[in-house]
Write a new protein. Structure first.
Length: 193
């Protein structure tokens, strides 16, 4: 793969990272932390989790440990501790850690060739390349950005990738209510047989 292709993957990753951070902007401490699904998914927890993703897959994998050490994946850490923020962890601290992990990851991405190898011990094929990690982290971050989209829409209706780029046609509340009703009617009709 060329340097242009590497840059394109990196650019896509940068865009989706920014979208995840933007989803937490302007929310109260309660709303940014509160579980909105049966499994506890919450916006600040997604950001905390993605810090580990960046630190491990672009740090530890390539023998470039991120500091400070993030203990959330350590042996003996409570299950799921990387997916929510304690009352003692500030939003600023969690977002700052994510941004620092991104900066560290970006340095790894810039400094290594796509065919540089690393090691992920828990994968069935533990020897990986930077290219593999770029694709993997882009996919995981995009997946969680999608979760963040849905969570934020549930909280206050805010949608889109970033301010000014909503990826939706602008409509008023009545249009959306009618549209949702149309979808609901189709679902009920299909279920009725």
């Amino acid at each position: 793969m060329s340097k242009d292709q590497k840059q394109q993957l990196h650019d896509y990753l940068t865009e989706v990272r920014e979208a995840v951070i933007w989803k937490a902007d302007g929310l109260s401490e309660y709303d940014v932390r509160r579980p909105l699904t049966g499994t506890g998914t919450n916006l600040l927890g997604l950001i905390k989790h993605l810090s580990i993703v960046e630190a491990w897959y672009f740090g530890q994998t390539f023998d470039r440990p991120f500091t400070p050490h993030l203990p959330w994946w350590d042996e003996g850490a409570p299950e799921g501790v990387d997916m929510w923020a304690t009352a003692a962890e500030s939003r600023q601290e969690i977002v700052g850690t994510y941004q620092a992990a991104i900066t560290h990851a970006d340095e790894t991405i810039r400094s290594l060739d796509l065919d540089a190898t690393g090691h992920v011990p828990w994968w069935s094929r533990p020897t990986v390349t930077l290219h593999t990690m770029l694709v993997h982290v882009l996919a995981e971050t995009a997946r969680h950005a999608g979760h963040a989209d849905v969570l934020r829409e549930q909280l206050d209706g805010r949608v889109g990738i970033r301010p000014g780029n909503l990826n939706l046609e602008p409509h008023d509340e009545q249009w959306w209510a009618d549209y949702r009703s149309q979808i609901e009617d189709a679902a009920r009709s299909a279920a009725a047989g």
